[in-house]
Design a protein around this ligand. Sequence first.
Ligand code: NHF
Length: 491
Amino acid sequence: MINKMKVLFVGAELAPLVKVGGLGDVMGSLPKALIRNKVDLKIIIPFYGAIDKKKFLIKLFKKNIKLEIDQQKLNFDLYQTYLPGSKIKVFLIKHKLFDHKEIYVGHRKYLKGRVYSRSLGDIERFVFFSKAVVETIKQLNWQLDIVHCHDWHTALIPTLIDEYSLEDQNFKNIKTVFTIHNLANQGVAPLDIVDYGGLHHDLTPALMEDYYDRDGDKIDMMKVGILSADLVNTVSPNYAKEILSKEYGEKLEAYLLRRKKHLFGIVNGIDLDFFNPQKDQLIYKKYNLKNYKSGKLANKQALQKELKLPLVDVPVFGLVSRLVRQKGLDILIPTLQKLLHKTEMQIIILGTGQEEYEDDFKALEKKYPSKVKAKITFDIKLAQKIYAASDFFLMPSSFEPCGLGQMIAMRYGSLPIVRATGGLKDTVKHKKTGLVFKNYKASELHKVFLQALKLYRHKSAFDVIIKAAMKEDFSWAKSAADYIKLYKKLI
Ligand code: NHF
């Protein structure tokens, strides 16, 4: 029998245990697809106070694992459960740094809703976590081929593994993959974090670079991950290309260019069991490719009724998103202001985020109560209802590493309106499975809205596109096969 590849997934989020954004979704669904391909996989995350210990059947695995950090000898406990619906072991690192309810502690310092933080608090927490992960590997003598790290929170792990391998034979065979989910969140810290973590900058080229940089008083975790992992990838082929440019590189393009030969793009999938209009318990009426017309109509009318919108035959546009600039809101809002007074349409917005956008949407709702509903909240149930009820789904992002909403929308027969950027460009085909515009300009978005309005009245053409969109295959199977190919380059 061929030996199974042994992989450890490391990240800050894991759906359904703990999720802030797409990172959690990917961490929670990609492993299930990987283990179908002869991979022996386990996952390790922090044990946040917000994780429901009872619900997820989490048990103590090992007490008092020792580690040295900030020149002090500390302990942490290791807990264990299984990823719901699978036999994948999930380990959780328990320490008081993660005990409170927030996942990321820095967000209070930022604009309301800005949950990704770069605060020192988070830096310390995730350096601790990274070190605890490596100590767990060491003290439990885990035999691993690949440690797969996700986003800046885990970006020091390849460096730690390099350092540990100088003294410990077991680490010599471990290779590392670093996945960038969003380059905009980098984890920037003062240099003394290197001492805090007990790292040796003189042994590690990626750290050395920051140490003696011209403006060398800071360390950028994301950059260290990019420079030190054996292979780097991001969550779509197009974003992997874009981030080599100044426009999308978030000031790390030079380092990414240096790793160009080792930089790959693998598009995310979606969980086809959960996102399935035929089985979805959260929508008003289930439907499939055959009966989607009546199914979607029933969902549309029920949602109009629930939200107290007039029950009229007009195109309904949905927006389910964090309400932040990245999502294209500064071109969407002026476009809507221009369109709404003279157009028969409805738009339903769901999400929270930067106050200015929340206020803009609320103002639009006030001005056009029969056309706009702005639900400034988190609501998984309402999100599913919007996917099922809407005719079009808006994602005019300024950048988008992969994006999940457009794929979910297509599966529910809601045509995505997207900008040709990142994973949106890879997954939506103009006038074939959605509508795509090129430049980040309100005028271009406006044009595409007009195309959508026209398409809505041209039922036969509209149907062809809806059917093609619903038929697209966004399963994790293909992406998992690509990840396996990536792993195989290393072992
Ligand atoms: O899909 C998961 C997600 C991406 O585009 C998304 C993003 C953050 O911005 O990979 O990560």
